[in-house]
Every structure is written in structure tokens, then in C-alpha cells.
Design a protein around this ligand. Structure first.
Ligand code: XMP
Length: 321
């Protein structure tokens, strides 16, 4: 990789913010820029940097792709509203579910999501707003994993030979590309974001689609969304790096009300990690695991099996697809 990592111990957050703000101002000039805010630490930090640099020449959108966690759009719009950053919600659920229809291969799913984001949704927003630039929160680990051929991260374009200006009509600015997650948290804190944002566990760009094995349909996303809510409620106090629920494609025989129920399987993962590069499963207490199983099978109709992954990364990855 040609660009160099800025390690947490070498990061001077104040200087970094100052430098990036002036780089963004210089690059955008008098033009307009857009950015998509998901509420994760990376896109939140970029939103604040862009807002500092450009003020109302930055248009911030929350893309409602139908793949986000419960209540997210409202929560994020409210939170940034309180910080003086207006956020417009764009409903793109039809486009995303349309592109994901019938696809089961993990890399094809990731590619479909990238295509809808950059080609359909952003190109349209750029045309509508007259913006020439897209600001986004690509980080060092995203580039590394995509270049290594492990996973195509949703936000990697240039490194895959995509010329966004030629193909989509806008340039991409990536102020966080030299930082890993722990350094981005420090920058987010320095930018005045609240703790609930700068300490938020990571959440992938492809959102809950990264946690559905097999076809991603609105119904299947809804199952994983409900399981995610339970997992987050039960595991947030562990302080783990990341915790998630995955919906499997295979069914297994279960029993419900004395009858055979050929039902769904949910896998829970809870990770200890510093930078998502390597990870270990958290040694959860058995009563915590038991409560997860009771709640997931009791509250989500059709689920008859809950498993906990005990595999490290590598050879596992953090998400399922
Ligand atoms: P994996 O699954 O590759 O995940 O071990 C490493 C970290 O990155 C997050 N992740 C993504 N983040 N776009 C992102 O912005 C993506 O396409 C993506 N895929 C995974 C994942 O949640 C974990 O923290």
C-alpha cells in the first residue's frame, strides 16, 4: 500500500484535525460536497471534519437502506441536529433490496451494495445537489483487507481500479484513510462528538446484510435486526470490541409447543480486539449465554437454535460475509 499508517501513539489529534480541515477546504474550494452519515464513529468523524471545513457547503445524508439497526435514522438525525449538523434522510430501501434480490454469494452481495451506494444513490444525490465531492470515512484496515483480497469493504473504490470521477461523476475525499479505529475514536472525541458515538462498537458499511447468510430479504433482515437488538442489550455492558447476531441459511429441526418446528438458527459472536485485524471471542459467563438463548428463541418467532462462536480471527472474520 502506498499510503502510510498514522499509529495511535504518533497521532496528534489537534494537529490532525487542523490539517484535515484545511485539506478539505483546499480540495473543495467553493464547490459543494456531500457525505453519507451512518452514525458509526468513522462517518461521524468525517461529518464533523467536513462540517468544520465547509459549513453549509457540506450536505449530509443518512441513507435509509433498510439494512440498519432499529431506530437508527431518527436517533442519528436527532443527535447531529443537537450538534448543529442538519442531516437529510434518503429512502433507498427499494434500490438496495432490488439489487440484493436472489444473491447468495457473499462477495456478490458486497459488490451489489457498493454499486447501489456509489452508482445509484450517490450519483443521484450529486446530480440533485450539484456537489462535486464525496467525503467518506474509509479507514486503514478497510484498505488493507480489500487489497489483501480478504473482503471487499463497501467503501473501497480507487484501490480496486474504480475512477469515481469518470464512472460516477464525483471525486472522493478520504480524510481518515491513514488511521485505524482506535485513532479515529480519539479524533472523534477531539471533534466534540459525544461518548455514545466515539465509543460506539464498529458496525459494517453493508450493515445487517453482512450478518445474513444467504439471500438478504426485508423479512430476513428483520429477524437479524431483532436478534441484534437483544444481543446489544445483553452484551453492551461487557465492554467487548464488537458483538453481533448472524442469521444462518440452514434450518434445523426443533420443537415448539410439542410439535416439530424446522426452524432458523442465530449465531452470536462477541469479540475482543483492538483494531479488528485480529480478534478473540469474549469468555462470556454461561448465564449470559443462557439468557441470550432464552430471549432470542422466546422473542423471535421461528428461531429454534442459538449458537456462540468460539473461533478466533483469523481464521474467522468478524462479520459473517
Ligand atoms: P471483518 O468481518 O473483515 O471486519 O473481520 C473487520 C471490521 O470491519 C467491519 N466491516 C466493515 N466496515 N465496510 C466497513 O466500513 C465494510 O464493508 C465492512 N465489513 C466489515 C467489521 O464490522 C469489523 O469491525
Amino acid at each position: 500500500m502506498e499510503m502510510k499508517e498514522i499509529k495511535l501513539e504518533d497521532l496528534d489529534t489537534k494537529n490532525f484535525v487542523k490539517e484535515k480541515v484545511s485539506e478539505i477546504s483546499a480540495a473543495v474550494g467553493d464547490a459543494l460536497a456531500i457525505n453519507a452519515l451512518s452514525g458509526g464513529v468513522d462517518s461521524s468523524a468525517v461529518t464533523m471534519l467536513g462540517h468544520k471545513a465547509l459549513g453549509n457547503r457540506l450536505r449530509t445524508y443518512f441513507i435509509e437502506n433498510g439494512l440498519m439497526r432499529e431506530g437508527e435514522p431518527k436517533r442519528i438525525v436527532r443527535l447531529f441536529g443537537e450538534l448543529g449538523v442538519p442531516v437529510e434522510v434518503v429512502d433507498a430501501q427499494k434500490e438496495f433490496f432490488g439489487a440484493l434480490k436472489g444473491i447468495t454469494d457473499p462477495e456478490e452481495k458486497r459488490e451489489a451494495i457498493t454499486r447501489v451506494f456509489y452508482k445509484d444513490v450517490f450519483s443521484q444525490l450529486v446530480r440533485k445537489s450539484g456537489a462535486k465531492y464525496l467525503l467518506q470515512g474509509t479507514n486503514y484496515t478497510d484498505v488493507e483487507e480489500t487489497v489483501a483480497g480478504i473482503k471487499r469493504q463497501h467503501n473501497i473504490l480507487k484501490q480496486l481500479g474504480i475512477d469515481t470521477e469518470e464512472q460516477y461523476g464525483y471525486k472522493v475525499i478520504e480524510p481518515l484513510i491513514q488511521l485505524r479505529k482506535s485513532a479515529i475514536r480519539e479524533v472523534a472525541k477531539a471533534l466534540g462528538l459525544p461518548e455514545e458515538i466515539y465509543q460506539r462498537p464498529p458496525f459494517p458499511g453493508p450493515a445487517l446484510a453482512a450478518r445474513v447468510i444467504g439471500e438478504v430479504t426485508p423479512d430476513r433482515v428483520e429477524i437479524v435486526r431483532r436478534a441484534t437488538r437483544i444481543v446489544e442489550q445483553e452484551l453492551s455492558r461487557t465492554g467487548a470490541f464488537q458483538y453481533l447476531a448472524i442469521l444462518h441459511e440452514d434450518r434445523v429441526t426443533g420443537i415448539r409447543d410439542g410439535k416439530r418446528d424446522y426452524g432458523l438458527q442465530i449465531e452470536v459472536r462477541c469479540w475482543e480486539s483492538k483494531d479488528a485485524k485480529v480478534g478473540w471471542p469474549t469468555r462470556l459467563a454461561y448465564d449470559v449465554l443462557e439468557k441470550l438463548s432464552d430471549r432470542i428463541t422466546g422473542e423471535i418467532e421461528g428461531v429454534v437454535s442459538v449458537t456462540y462462536s468460539i473461533t478466533k480471527k483469523p481464521p474467522s472474520t468478524i462479520e459473517a460475509i
